[in-house]
Design a protein around this ligand. Structure first.
Ligand SMILES: Nc1ncnc2c1ncn2[C@@H]1O[C@H](COP(=O)(O)OP(=O)(O)OP(=O)(O)O)[C@@H](O)[C@H]1O
Ligand SMILES: [Mg+2]
Length: 341
């Protein structure tokens, strides 16, 4: 659906050249929700903007829906770009125009008659649940409503692809959920391929099928949400995921507290991370049963990622030193990650 091949973008600035995107290759499948994450300045927006040629690459090729976007003659490029909608963090609505006029705007030069445009606008208003705000101006809308208008406008030309650059970053958590639900509906019911840039990990986890992690203009890792979140390979991915979650800090704080209280010699802390259908509770039960250990669960967290559990346990273990050793040995043969604190 979208094939980005060896794409680089270089900007000339008064301070010299900036390599915003460096030799990126990735492909996004039809109907997929694809995430792009990374620290500020990593090149996410620049890369995604090459998909609809808002940013022309310095080198490389961008194929969308069978079209080589870097080579299309102007007229055809315009037509191809109409099939790629985009929404933005700050909505980019026209302040002097009503909701309906904003949504109709991309249709004015489409050759549709006035009544056809009206019909389509009404359908889009219904889709984003704003029929009753049709004649309002952007200033009279909440952030979530503005983004709904942005989405309706982006869908006006029946696009195959929707690009979302930090589309929920300016919204509160509740409104974010509503917008994500709408995007899910757009993906599932209209079959539109979605590319999402965000720094919000929950957005990626709940929405995306696959994700690419960018750093310094490059894609350092890409994969399914499950693989990336349960087994990140690249150190940048690891630190990005860790910094976005409170989990590591919470676990370290608990471990420090227990060690301080009981002395680091006495307190035996074991952390177990498991992913997929390895049952954390069974693991714990077996340790108790087979090694006569007393376990105190200090921290437990299980979340579902792409329908599969991913869990972390921090256990305080009491028992004979030899039993603890044997239990650890056994655990290390299981498909889990074991770490002693
Ligand atoms: N028009 C431009 N002219 C010059 N440099 C630019 C331009 N656009 C982006 N850059 C530079 O390219 C690099 C990548 O920028 P980009 O906006 O793609 O990053 P980003 O990952 O989207 O960051 P953020 O998370 O802050 O939005 C940065 O160093 C930025 O300063
Ligand atoms: Mg950006």
């Amino acid at each position: 659906m979208i094939d980005i091949k060896d794409v680089s973008v270089q900007f000339e600035t008064s301070d010299g050249k900036v390599d915003a995107v460096k030799d990126v290759t990735l492909s996004i499948k039809e109907g997929e929700v694809y995430g792009v994450i990374g620290y500020s300045g990593a090149g996410k927006s620049t890369l995604v903007r090459t998909i609809n040629m808002l940013q022309v690459p310095t080198s490389g090729q961008v194929m969308v829906n069978g079209n080589d976007m870097t080579r299309l003659p102007e007229k055809e490029l315009l037509r191809a770009c109409k099939k790629i909608g985009m929404i933005f963090q700050h909505f980019n609505l026209m302040k002097q125009r009503t909701v309906a006029e904003n949504i109709a705007f991309p249709l004015y030069k489409s050759g549709l008659s006035k009544s056809e445009i009206n019909q389509r606008v009404n359908r889009l208003l219904e889709l984003v649940d704003l029929t009753d705000r049709k004649n309002s101006y952007p200033a009279q809308l909440s952030g979530g409503q503005k983004q709904r208008v942005g989405i309706a406008r982006a869908l006006a030309n029946d696009p195959k692809v929707l690009l979302c650059d930090e589309a929920t970053s300016a919204l509160d958590p509740n409104t974010t959920l509503q917008i994500l639900d709408l995007l899910k509906k757009v993906n599932e019911e209209l079959g539109i391929t979605i590319v999402i840039i965000t720094h919000e990990m929950p957005v990626i986890k709940s929405m995306c099928d696959r994700v690419a992690i960018m750093s310094d203009g490059k894609v350092v890792e890409q994969g399914t949400i499950f693989d990336i979140f349960t087994d990140p390979k690249d150190p940048i991915t690891q630190s990005f995921i860790e910094s976005a979650s409170q989990k590591e800090k919470e676990i370290q704080d608990i471990a420090d507290e227990v060690k301080e209280k009981y002395g680091s010699e006495k307190a035996h802390l074991i952390r177990i991370d498991y992913a997929g259908h390895h049952k954390g509770d069974r693991l714990v039960a077996n340790l108790v049963k087979d090694y006569q250990l007393t376990l105190n669960i200090l921290y437990a967290d299980v979340e579902m990622i792409q329908g599969q559990p991913s869990g972390t346990l921090l256990l305080e273990v009491e028992g004979e030193a030899a039993s603890i050793e044997a239990a650890l040995k056994r655990l290390r043969t299981d498909p889990v990650t074991v770490k002693e604190y």
